[in-house]
Ligand binder design. Structure first.
Ligand code: GN1
Ligand code: MG
Length: 362
């Protein structure tokens, strides 16, 4: 594999001789590697982009490039370092932003930003506050991006679209798993109306759409050694959506006291201190541009995205595990149950969450 990866890496405009290409991270969708080069030369991130999910990949890479160049311009204006505070896409030898190999797989490369830390969990409230600021700042940096982005993920955080997929998968029950998850299906159905009522506000424009990141896990942020956010990465999902999706997804990930796929449900709950810390950081940056309606539904967005994640994991389980990478046949079901436990914890603390949001709004 390594020789093959090195051969693929050679198709990009890299500085310096390649020493090795090794695995990096555990994304559920793409395959990610680090390209190490000789001393004194930059290292790079190499990714095989998942064309089953992001389509078409060339349009996605154009989106990412637009966002990166826009952020770089602003960072430069503000006297920052555009090579560290924004991602840098490295083109292929033919200047395209991707390389298509002979198996019809798409690859892309970006610069590896040295001396940064990526966390897998919000270990302290301070880290959560920094993460919140980072996401708020990212949203404000891309707020005036004029060029339209191609919607390469139609319906991504659109619950009406998700219900269409859900109904179709349930009707088909392709691998005969539906009967064994009747209870879990009930978790989804009992909240269907609540979620659609909210989504109507997006559809009728009461809640605005803006350019958002749409995948705000903590490991999609690079921190500097002082604990401040340097750069938001993994821009595959940057789309016109609601900023609530970014807040909600971050809360789903940052505040979980357990793992996304924790087998021990006792580990899983929403940590209110982390919620408060993230909200404080986020609103410090975002309260100037959020509308009253967005603020009103900020806490709800954590319910919405966590619910959507329960639905997506369960739907993939019933569908025979076609979307997410899984480590065992039960993996998507384990994820479903762990995310549902988190959803229940969010629901139980919802009033307090709203109070906290109001507190940091004023
Ligand atoms: C996927 O692969 P990763 O970690 O970037 C998914 C997110 C989910 C997440 C679950 C394009 O993200 O939407 O929330 O897994 N990305 C896509 O952890 O579906
Ligand atoms: Mg991602």
């Amino acid at each position: 594999m390594n020789t093959k990866l090195i051969a693929i890496a050679r198709n990009f405009q890299l500085e310096g001789e390649i020493k090795e290409v090794t695995n990096l991270g555990e994304g559920f969708i793409n395959d990610t590697y680090i390209i190490k080069t000789v001393a004194g030369r930059p290292n790079y991130i190499l990714q095989r982009k998942n064309k089953r999910i992001f389509s078409p990949i060339p349009a996605m890479m154009d989106n990412i490039q637009k966002v990166c160049l826009h952020i770089k311009k602003k960072v430069e204006k503000a006297g920052g370092d555009p090579m560290r505070e924004a991602m840098t896409i490295i083109p292929a030898l033919d200047e395209k932003l991707y390389f298509l190999d002979e198996e019809d797989e798409y690859w892309a490369v970006c610069l590896f930003i040295e001396d940064t830390i990526a966390y897998n969990a919000a270990e302290t409230p301070d880290l959560a506050t920094a993460g919140g600021k980072g996401i708020g700042k990212f949203q404000s940096l891309v707020a005036d991006l004029e060029e339209p982005l191609v919607n390469i993920l139609p319906g991504f955080h659109d619950i009406r679209y998700r219900f269409k997929q859900w109904d179709a998968v349930l009707a088909k029950d392709p691998v005969g798993r539906k009967a064994e998850v009747a209870e879990e299906i009930g978790w989804i159905e009992s909240r269907r109306d609540e979620m659609l009522d909210f989504y109507q506000l997006v559809e009728n424009g009461t809640i605005p759409t803006r350019i958002s990141h749409n995948d705000t896990k903590i490991n999609n942020i690079l921190f500097d050694k002082q604990g401040e956010v340097l750069c938001v990465i993994d821009l595959d999902t940057v789309l016109s959506s609601t900023v609530l999706n970014d807040f909600g997804d971050a809360i789903r990930f940052y505040t979980n006291t357990g793992l996304e796929d924790d087998l021990n449900l006792d580990n899983v709950s929403m940590d209110m201190k982390i919620f408060e810390a993230f909200t404080q950081g986020y609103l410090e940056e975002a309260k100037t541009f959020l509308t009253e309606k967005e603020l009103e539904y900020l806490a709800f967005s954590a319910k919405y995205i966590t619910y959507e994640q329960v639905l997506r994991f369960l739907m993939d389980y019933i569908d025979g595990d076609n979307y997410y990478k899984t480590k065992s046949p039960e993996h998507n079901l384990v994820r479903t149950r762990a995310q549902y436990k988190l959803l229940q914890s969010i629901e139980a603390q919802f009033e307090e969450m709203n109070r906290i949001v109001q507190n940091y709004c004023s």
